[in-house]
Design a protein around this ligand. Sequence first.
Ligand SMILES: Nc1ncnc2c1ncn2[C@@H]1O[C@H](COP(=O)(O)OP(=O)(O)OP(=O)(O)O)[C@@H](O)[C@H]1O
Length: 274
Amino acid sequence: MTIEMTTDAAKTPEPAAEVVLLRSVSKVYGAAPHAVTALDDMTIGFRAGTFTAVMGPSGSGKSTLLHCAAGLDRPTRGQVIVDGTDLGPLDETGLTLLRRGRVGFVFQSFNLVPALTAEQNVALPLRLAGVRPPGAEIRAALAEVGLSGRAGHRPDELSGGERQRVAVARALVTRPAVLFADEPTGALDTRTSREVLALLRDVVDRQGQTVVMVTHDPVAAAHADRVVLMADGRIADEMTAPGDRGDVGGAGPAGLRLRAEAIAVRMAALEGSC
Ligand SMILES: Nc1ncnc2c1ncn2[C@@H]1O[C@H](COP(=O)(O)OP(=O)(O)OP(=O)(O)O)[C@@H](O)[C@H]1O
């Protein structure tokens, strides 16, 4: 079922190209009789410059979806296309190069290198790609996430929210086609979560970045343009808020609260029916 959070067709943006496309993707772990179908013939696309939240009960296949879409895991069946490249024929080196250049990833646990400063962590993807990191670009990436003054700090000298902002800067420094975030606010308190979510929203709005985020939190999902609800490896429900989200109570705190409530109701209905 698709729930349109707005009916104002005039505000619907022009259809953009799909940066990530999964066609009839299934992922089965293990073998019969203990096989687990984590993704069940799933078809979904993520358009350029949009922010999608993926929600669903525990075990519904959210992380598997993200990992298959990001080329971190291979589907059992079906096709995954990222930025125009079909991942199927790629060998491990090809997949690594694609992930390095075209995909950004942010994890709940930040995954920063403890011995490196914020600046060195942000520069790491470029170094791994054999590029000498231009200092100005690294400083600009840190400034984008509001951490100009923390460039020389190591992760243990930063707050949780600051660490996640460094992780976002690191994920974006290669200018990826898509940024995947797996529970990016799962380890953060409410206020810090809000900062990280506002940052993700900002890179979508100001830079046209495509973001796909797995979350359990309806408030986090309320920052997205589209919420995909999964159950048993399939899309069970979907909510969209096209345009500037101004139709659904506005982009401010009141609008966020309204959208979060609507999402929580859909989640509760889904969990009740599972
Ligand atoms: N490596 C694996 N081997 C076997 N089964 C797996 C593996 N990874 C995931 N699964 C199973 O696949 C299903 C989907 O898992 P997945 O982690 O994608 O769900 P999820 O929605 O992200 O869950 P959660 O919200 O708890 O993180 C679950 O039944 C899980 O037990």
